[in-house]
Design a protein around this ligand. Structure first.
Ligand code: 26Q
Length: 840
C-alpha cells in the first residue's frame, strides 16, 4: 500500500483563498461568539444550551469544511479507487465530542468556552443522538467510517436520512412504550444539503423492449412514478490527520410533476397525498433488527438507497470518464452491509445496460467485480426474501434482470453438477412455491466477488451451513473479517479517566494504533499502577451509579460488582438466562445462603422490536423481578437490579467505562459477532460468556484464565437439540427447580396472574431453540467463579488490565485494514494541504 501525497503545485482554481482558521482556544471562542450572536442571532438574554451547542458546531464545522474540501480535491486529482459502503443504517450517536477529538481540539474548545463562562458539558448535553440504526450492524457502519477516515481510505458511506430514527423507549409499569424519535425537529447543524446532486428514483410502471439505432434489442422502464433523492452530507473526520470523508444520506422528496399533475387536474388533496407518499420513503427507520419481511415500504427504502447511490457514483464517473466504463471496476467497489442494499446488484446492471447501453456480458463483468457482501446473521428468520409478486409490481424491470441473472447462474450450476435438480432448486435465487420469493442473500452471493462473515466462528458456520453449496462452487469468494469498534469513541472519548492513565503510562500512540495497549502487560503486577487503574474504574462506576439513580431510581453501590447486559432484547441473546440467575441469587439470599457473598448490581438495558411480543414480555419480566428484589428488605445491599430505559449509543458511552462484568451469553452459534463485548473489554471489563461470535476471539486474546466461560458449544447445541429435555434438567437441578417454582408461584406478578406463562412455557419447552435450561447450571457456576474472583481485589484488577491490554485486535482500524488488504485494495490518499485548497 503506498502513501500518496498530492502535490500542492497541481493545478487549482485561482480565486480568493481564505487563510486557514485558527486551531487555538481564542480563535474558537471568537468564532463561537460570532456564530452565537450573528449567525444565530442570540445574545446573553438567550443563553439556552441548544443555541450554544449550535454555535459550537458551526465553529467546528467551519474547520471541518476546509479539510473536507482538501480531501475531496485530493481524491479527485488522484483519480483514486473508491469504496462505497451501502447501508440502511448508520448509528452515529452524537457527533460533537467525536469531532473535537478527531480535530485535536478537546482542550482548546473547553478552554475557549471556559473563558466565555460556558460549561462544555452542558453544551454537549444539548445534542440528540442520531439514532439511524437498530444496533450492532448500524453502529458497526459508523465505527467503520471513523476508521476509514483515520486510515485515509477513500471510503464514502451511503444511507438514508430518516426523519424518525430508532424509537425512544419509556418503561411504564414495567412495560416498553415506544415514542417517535423526531431527531431532526431542531435541524441538524452537522449536515450540508447538496440539492445540486439530487437523483431521480423510479417505481412502478412497466418494462418495454425496443430496437436501438444499431438494431439491438434493448429495454426501457416506462410509465414510472418517480421520487427525488436529495443528498445531505455529513463530514467524517479522521483522527488528527486532516482527512474528512463523507457520509451521504438521502432524503426523499416529491417531484414537481408528480403532484402538480394532480393539482392541475383539481385533485388538491390527491396532490398532497402524492407528495406525502414520496416523502414517506425516508420517514422512518424500521425498528426491527431481525426481520420485517415483505413490507412494501421497506423494499421501497432499499431500492431508493441503492438507486440514488449508484446514480450518484455513475454520474461522477461519466463526468470525468465519459461513457468509457473499461476502468470502472478497477476504480470502484460497493460494500453491501447485509442483504438490505442488495437490490443494488440488479440496479447496477440496469443502469449499465439500459442507460449506459452496455451489453449483458460487459455489465455483468463490471457488476460482479465491484460488489462485495457482508453477512451479519445466521438466524434463518432474518434472511430477506421478497415476494416476486411485489417485485413485479414495484420494480418490474429489476425483476426481469434478476430472473436473467438466475437463469445464467443456474446454467453454471447445471454444468458443474449435471442432473442434480435438487441442487438447482436449493441454490436458485428464486424460491419456487405458491408465492415465489426472491432470496436476497443468494442474489448477493451470486453477484459479489467477496462474501464475508463478521467473526471466525460465524464465517465458518456460513460456509458449513447457509452458503454450503455456494462455497463448494466458489470457495475463494468466502472470507472472514472479524468486527471491531473504534477506540476513539469507545475509549479515548467515553473514558477520559482511563485515556489519561493510558497515555501517561504508554504514551498516546494507542489512539491511532490500538495494538500498543499490549505495552500495558508490563504493568499488570505493578501495584501503584493497579491502584490508579482501580481509582479510574471506581470513578466511572460512581458516574454510572449516579446515572442509574437518575434514570431508574435504583441506588447502586459503586463498591459492588457491576454486572451489565445491554443490547437489543432477543431470545437468542438470552436476557432470560440472566434474569434466571438474578432470581437464583435472590433465592439464595432468602434462604440465608449468603456466606462470602459478593454484593452485585445487575444492569440490563435494550429495546424490543415493537412487534416482538416475547421480547416485550422479557422486558416486563425483568422489571417486575427488579421491583420485588429492590424492595425486599431482606436483600438490602446484597443485590440490586435495574432495567435501564432507552438504551442507545450515548448510554453505552457512560455504561462501558463503569462495568466490571460484561454479559455475552447468547446461545452458541447464534450471535454473529457482537461488538458491545469489544467495547466492554477495551474498558477493562471481564467477560462472562459462551463460545459464540467474537467471544471466542476475545477469550483467545485475553487468555482463558481471564474470561468466565460456560455453556454448550455451537456444535453441542445442534447435537443436543434432538433429545433436548428441559424437564429432566430441571428435575436434576434443585436451584433451577426452585427458581421456576418461585416464578410459577406468582411471586413476581402478584396482581397479574398468568403474566409470565409464556416465559415459563418457553423455558420448559423441549423445542426451545435457545436452550436456556441447558446452560443454566454452567452459567450459575461461572457467575460464582466471577463473584469469588471479584473479591480478590488485586486479582480482579489484573484481569481487568489484561483484558484491556489484549483488546488491540478489536479496533475497527484493524478490521478496515483487513477489508482493504483482502477486498478493496485502496491506496491511502492524504488531503491537499489545507491552505492550498481554494474555497472557490
Ligand atoms: C430486515 C428486514 C426488514 C427490516 C429490518 C431488517 C433488519 C434490520 C437490522 C435486519 C437486521 C438488522 C440488524 C442486524 C444486526 O445488527 N446484526 C448484528 O450485526 C453486528 C455487526 O456485525 C453483529 O455484531 C451482531 O452479532 C449481529 O446480530
Amino acid at each position: 500500500m503506498q502513501i500518496t501525497r498530492v502535490s500542492s503545485s497541481s493545478p487549482k482554481p485561482e480565486l480568493t483563498e481564505l487563510p486557514a482558521l485558527g486551531m487555538d482556544a481564542k480563535s474558537i471562542a471568537e468564532d463561537f461568539r460570532r456564530h452565537f450572536n450573528r449567525t444565530l442571532g442570540r445574545d446573553r438574554r438567550c443563553k439556552s444550551a441548544f443555541y450554544m451547542y449550535e454555535a459550537l458546531v458551526l465553529a467546528l464545522r467551519d474547520r471541518l469544511m476546509e479539510r473536507w474540501r482538501a480531501t475531496r480535491y485530493a481524491y479527485d486529482e488522484e483519480d483514486c479507487k473508491r469504496v462505497y459502503y451501502l447501508s440502511m443504517e448508520f448509528l452515529i450517536g452524537r457527533t460533537l465530542g467525536n469531532a473535537m477529538l478527531n480535530l485535536g481540539l478537546c482542550h482548546e474548545v473547553e478552554q475557549g468556552l471556559h473563558d466565555l463562562g460556558v460549561l462544555l458539558e452542558e453544551v454537549q448535553e444539548a445534542e440528540l443522538d442520531a439514532g439511524l440504526g437498530n444496533g450492532g450492524l448500524g453502529r458497526l457502519a459508523a465505527c467503520f467510517l471513523d476508521s476509514c477516515a483515520t486510515l485515509q481510505l477513500p471510503v464514502r458511506g451511503y444511507g438514508i436520512r430518516y426523519q424518525y430514527g430508532m424509537f425512544r423507549q419509556r418503561v411504564e409499569d414495567g412495560q416498553q412504550v415506544e415514542e417517535p424519535d423526531h431527531w431532526l425537529r431542531n435541524g441538524n447543524p452537522w449536515e450540508l444539503e447538496r440539492p445540486e446532486f439530487t437523483q431521480r428514483v423510479h417505481f412502478g410502471g412497466r418494462s418495454e423492449g425496443y430496437r436501438d439505432a444499431s438494431g439491438q434489442l434493448r429495454f426501457r422502464w416506462v410509465d414510472t412514478h418517480d421520487v427525488l433523492a436529495v443528498p445531505y452530507d455529513i463530514p467524517v473526520p479522521g483522527y488528527r490527520n486532516g482527512t474528512v470523508n463523507t457520509l451521504r444520506l438521502w432524503g426523499a422528496a416529491a417531484t414537481d410533476e408528480f403532484d402538480l399533475g394532480e393539482f392541475n387536474a383539481g385533485d388538491y388533496a390527491g396532490s398532497v397525498e402524492a407528495k406525502n407518499a414520496a416523502e414517506h420513503i425516508s420517514m422512518v427507520l424500521y425498528p426491527n433488527d431481525a426481520s420485517e419481511n415483505g413490507k412494501e415500504l421497506r423494499l421501497r427504502q432499499q431500492y431508493f438507497l441503492a438507486s440514488a447511490s449508484l446514480k450518484d457514483v455513475l454520474g461522477h464517473w461519466t463526468f470525468s470518464h465519459g461513457d468509457n466504463f473499461s476502468q470502472f471496476a478497477q476504480k470502484n467497489c460497493f460494500q453491501l452491509n447485509d442483504t438490505h442494499p442488495t437490490i443494488a446488484v440488479a440496479e447496477l446492471m440496469r443502469l449499465l445496460m439500459d442507460e449506459a447501453e452496455l451489453g449483458w456480458d460487459e455489465a455483468w463483468q463490471i457488476t460482479s467485480t465491484t460488489m462485495a457482501y457482508t453477512n451479519h446473521t445466521l438466524l434463518p428468520e432474518a434472511l430477506e426474501k421478497w415476494s416476486v409478486r411485489l417485485f413485479r409490481q414495484l420494480l418490474p424491470r429489476l425483476l426481469e434482470i434478476i430472473y436473467e441473472i438466475n437463469a445464467r447462474f443456474l446454467q453454471q450450476v447445471a454444468l458443474k453438477w449435471p442432473g442434480d435438480t435438487d441442487r438447482l432448486r436449493r441454490m436458485s435465487i428464486i424460491e419456487e412455491g405458491p408465492d415465489p420469493q426472491v432470496r436476497m442473500a443468494y442474489l448477493a452471493v451470486v453477484a459479489s466477488f467477496s462474501v464475508n462473515g463478521v467473526a471466525e466462528l460465524h464465517s465458518q458456520l456460513l460456509t458449513d451451513g447457509m452458503f454450503r453449496d455456494f462455497s463448494a462452487l466458489w470457495p475463494d469468494k468466502f472470507n472472514n473479517k472479524t468486527n471491531g469498534v473504534t477506540q476513539r469513541r469507545w475509549l479515548a472519548w467515553c473514558n477520559p479517566g482511563l485515556r489519561d492513565l493510558l497515555s501517561a503510562t504508554i504514551g498516546e500512540g494507542w489512539v491511532a494504533d490500538l495494538e500498543q495497549l499490549a505495552q500495558l502487560q508490563q504493568y499488570v503486577d505493578d501495584e501503584p499502577f493497579q491502584g490508579r487503574w482501580r481509582a479510574v474504574k471506581q470513578e466511572n462506576k460512581r458516574r454510572l451509579a449516579q446515572w442509574v439513580k437518575r434514570e431508574c431510581g435504583v441506588v447502586f453501590d459503586p463498591t459492588a460488582l457491576f454486572d451489565v447486559q445491554v443490547k437489543r432484547i432477543h431470545e437468542y441473546k438470552r436476557q432470560l438466562l440472566n434474569a434466571l440467575h438474578v432470581i437464583h441469587l435472590y433465592d439464595r439470599i432468602k434462604q440465608g445462603d449468603t456466606a462470602d457473598w459478593t454484593p452485585r448490581c445487575v444492569l440490563i438495558g435494550g429495546k424490543a422490536a415493537p412487534g416482538y411480543a416475547m421480547a416485550k414480555g422479557i422486558i416486563k419480566f425483568i422489571n417486575k423481578v427488579a421491583q420485588v428484589i429492590n424492595h425486599d428488605p431482606d436483600v438490602g445491599g446484597l443485590l440490586k437490579v435495574a432495567f435501564l430505559p432507552n438504551y442507545r449509543v450515548t448510554a453505552m458511552e457512560i455504561i462501558c467505562p463503569g462495568t466490571d462484568l460484561s454479559e455475552q451469553i447468547s446461545t452458541a452459534g447464534k450471535e454473529a459477532s457482537g461488538t458491545g463485548n469489544m467495547k466492554f473489554m477495551m474498558n477493562g471489563a471481564v467477560t462472562i460468556g459462551t463460545l459464540d461470535g467474537a467471544n471466542i476471539e476475545i477469550r483467545e486474546a485475553a487468555g482463558a484464565e481471564n474470561f468466565f466461560l460456560f455453556g454448550l458449544t455451537a456444535e453441542e447445541v445442534e447435537a443436543a437439540r434432538a433429545n433436548y429435555d428441559p424437564q429432566a434438567i430441571i428435575n436434576g437441578d434443585e436451584a433451577l427447580a426452585r427458581v421456576l417454582a418461585l416464578i410459577e408461584s406468582g411471586h413476581f406478578n402478584q396482581f397479574e396472574p398468568g403474566l409470565f406463562d409464556p416465559i415459563i412455557a418457553a423455558i420448559r419447552s423441549p423445542s426451545d431453540p435457545w436452550m436456556t435450561a441447558a446452560d443454566f447450571r454452567g452459567y450459575v457456576e461461572a457467575q460464582r467463579r466471577a463473584a469469588t474472583a471479584f473479591r480478590d481485589v488485586q486479582g480482579w484488577t489484573r484481569m481487568s488490565i489484561i483484558n484491556s491490554a489484549s483488546s488491540g485486535r478489536f479496533s475497527t482500524d484493524r478490521t478496515m485494514r483487513e477489508y482493504n488488504a483482502g477486498i478493496w485494495q485502496l491506496d491511502n490518499v492524504a488531503p491537499l494541504a489545507v491552505e492550498a485548497s481554494s474555497p472557490l
